[in-house]
Write a protein that binds this ligand. Structure first.
Ligand code: MF3
Ligand code: CO
Length: 288
């Protein structure tokens, strides 16, 4: 170890235990983020009616390891997979297995990797064959809310700007008042561990909010339900489902806060296209 960018030499802001990364360390997190981004792109293309969620797990582990990275989920609190594969009314933490995907299903795939000690974490929702337009809309609403939150990952802003923006985005959609925004699970700080301070809620929290500073990295991950936001965990102790049985979607990205704006480390283009459309400045427009 000869540089200040090693994973063992991070600085924590004292008052709130937020891990503050140097530009070199963020660049290393970008490499981890790209492993996740490329793996999710492979998985998205592999999804088809007739395959099992275990098949996707095998592809993911192979993709991550062949990049020299480690699947961060595998063994995390005993978790048995490299991805979470959550189908239809499953919100998050679905365990990959023998379940066969059918046309009309919707699948959230959550994936994390560790490269040189740095974590990346992201999730997408994918349709299997042709899907009811109402569910495509739910996924669109969730992804749009994710980007509304990422856009607020701004140096000098407040943590609550992110959650408020996610919530406002959902509520501003046609029929937006009817969607449920999950509160039991939230986004998180990320860096030398997958889950770090601070929590990143997907809703407005009144009161004093943490200041956002350069070098923070956050995983923003809205979970939006077609119906009620209430969830429960199945007997496998992992799979989180909606209580009303209606569908939910989950989208997630890892974002770094830079003085040039948010850099989406788990997006192949760093967020360049989405932020350009939103009129948000980002280092992604000049960096790969
Ligand atoms: N990626 C999830 C998150 O966003 C965590 C997965 S839980 C695990 O926080 F056990 F599967 F790792
Ligand atoms: Co996460």
């Amino acid at each position: 170890m000869c540089s200040t960018s090693s994973a063992s030499e991070t600085v924590f802001r004292r008052k709130d235990r937020v891990e503050v990364k140097s530009a070199e360390q963020i660049a290393l997190m970008r490499e981890a983020g790209l492993v996740v981004a490329r793996t999710l792109a492979l998985l998205r293309d592999a999804v088809a009616p007739g395959i099992t969620t275990r098949f996707l797990d095998v592809i993911a582990e192979e993709s991550i390891r062949s990049s020299g990275a480690i699947p961060s989920f595998l063994g995390y609190h005993g978790y048995p997979g490299s991805i979470c594969a959550s189908v239809n009314d499953e919100v998050v933490h679905g365990i990959p297995g023998d379940r066969v995907l059918l046309a009309g299903d919707q699948l959230s795939i959550d994936c994390g990797a560790i490269l040189a000690g740095w974590h990346g974490d992201a999730a997408i929702t994918v349709s299997v064959g042709e899907v009811d337009p109402a569910f495509l809309e739910l996924s669109r609403v969730t992804e749009e809310a994710l980007w509304a939150g990422l856009a607020k990952a701004q140096v000098g802003g407040k943590l609550n700007d992110i959650g408020r923006s996610v919530e406002d985005s959902v509520r501003a959609q046609p029929g937006g008042a009817a969607y449920g925004i999950v509160e039991e699970y939230v986004g998180h700080g990320i860096g030398t561990s997958m889950h770090m301070e601070p929590n990143v809620p997907n809703y407005d929290v009144t009161g004093k909010s943490l200041g956002l500073i350069e070098g923070m990295a956050l995983a923003v991950e809205p979970m939006v339900c077609a119906g009620q936001r209430t969830v429960r965990t199945l007997d496998d102790d992992w799979t989180v489902v909606t209580v009303d049985g209606l569908r939910a979607c989950h989208w997630e990205h890892t974002v770094a806060l830079t003085t040039e704006g948010p850099w989406v480390l788990t997006a192949l283009d760093g967020g360049a296209a989405r932020f350009a459309a939103l009129g948000v400045a980002s280092p992604a427009s000049t960096r790969a």
